[in-house]
Design a protein around this ligand. Structure first.
Ligand SMILES: N[C@@H](CCC(=O)N[C@@H](CS)C(=O)NCC(=O)O)C(=O)O
Length: 272
């Protein structure tokens, strides 16, 4: 049986969980704790030390979008990719666009609520944890976010990307119920991102993005949403996000009202 390595609440892994549930594929789960992410055993499966990883017999796959496409192609069940090359290209554009926004989601999640876990560590313990991060850019970004949270220099570019992604979705949903024709991998990819934006208090409201709001209600009604997100969300994680959102409410609003965010709303929602 296919095995998904992940941990609760990981946005990228949730994309692949949604795909497994939408397809109706039976799967095993291996929960990857923070210690296991850094272990040699796990790094052999995923050199970057991140989730998700999918193992299907001798096939080991990393990268959430690659895994989603594999699940759709390798297993029976509803087809989640359009037939026509043009629509398929559009879906692939969404997979790439959502992937490109992941750094922004990571920065903002970390700034608002993940950082507390690290900010309370003794300096030498924190440094040891930072040294486990394989890339210099990720490591230094994390160092800045632990120190300054949403006041770090990374916050504005991140929130602008977060707004731009939602503005693009609003535009795509102007005259259709799903991002590309019927429900596809594109919708599955965007779902955990919007879920996180909502929790962080950076989801556009229904006046700014009415079509996105309707799409979001539709996504939440799908059984895959319950199985991959709602049923797996702990009260502790909801409380942590709420506490961060409330604590930094003024800063979040200041960033959302920044002219760069307003520009993203204007440029990407209706560039004509
Ligand atoms: N581009 C990768 C990103 C994977 C990634 O960064 N995953 C996050 C969770 S969403 C992770 O494992 N983070 C662990 C950490 O930063 O310690 C993908 O889409 O699979």
């Amino acid at each position: 049986m296919v095995t998904l390595y992940h941990y609760a609440g990981a946005t990228c892994a949730t994309k692949t969980l949604l795909t497994l549930y939408e397809k109706g594929v039976a799967f095993d789960e291996e929960i990857v704790t923070p210690q296991r992410l850094d272990s040699e055993e796990y790094r052999r499966l995923n050199p970057d030390g991140v989730v998700p990883t999918l193992v299907d017999g001798g096939t080991v796959l990393n990268e959430s979008s690659v895994i989603m496409v594999y699940i759709d192609e390798a297993f029976e069940g509803p087809v989640l990719t359009p037939q026509s090359p043009a629509l398929r290209a559009r879906m692939n554009w969404w997979l790439k666009t959502v992937d490109s926004a992941f750094d922004a989601l990571r920065v903002f999640s970390f700034a608002i609520f993940v950082r507390d876990k690290l900010a309370s560590l003794a300096p030498d313990v924190l440094e040891k944890k930072l040294q486990q991060i394989p890339y210099y850019a990720w490591r230094e970004e994390r160092r800045r976010l632990v120190a300054d949270g949403p006041y770090a220099e990374d916050a504005l570019p991140a929130i602008q990307q977060i707004v731009a992604l939602q503005a693009k979705a609003e535009r795509a949903l102007q005259d259709q119920a799903y991002l590309v024709g019927d429900y596809t991998l594109a919708d599955a990819a965007l779902t955990p991102f919007i879920n996180r934006f909502e929790r962080l208090g950076v989801m556009l409201n229904a006046d700014q993005a009415p079509n996105l709001a309707e799409w979001w209600s539709r996504m939440k009604e799908r059984p895959s949403y319950s199985a991959a997100i709602a049923d797996r969300t702990t009260q502790a994680s909801l409380d942590a996000a709420k506490a961060g959102r409330e604590r930094f409410e003024d800063r979040i609003n200041e960033l959302l009202e920044h002219k760069e965010c307003q520009r993203a709303l204007r440029d990407f929602q209706s560039p004509e």
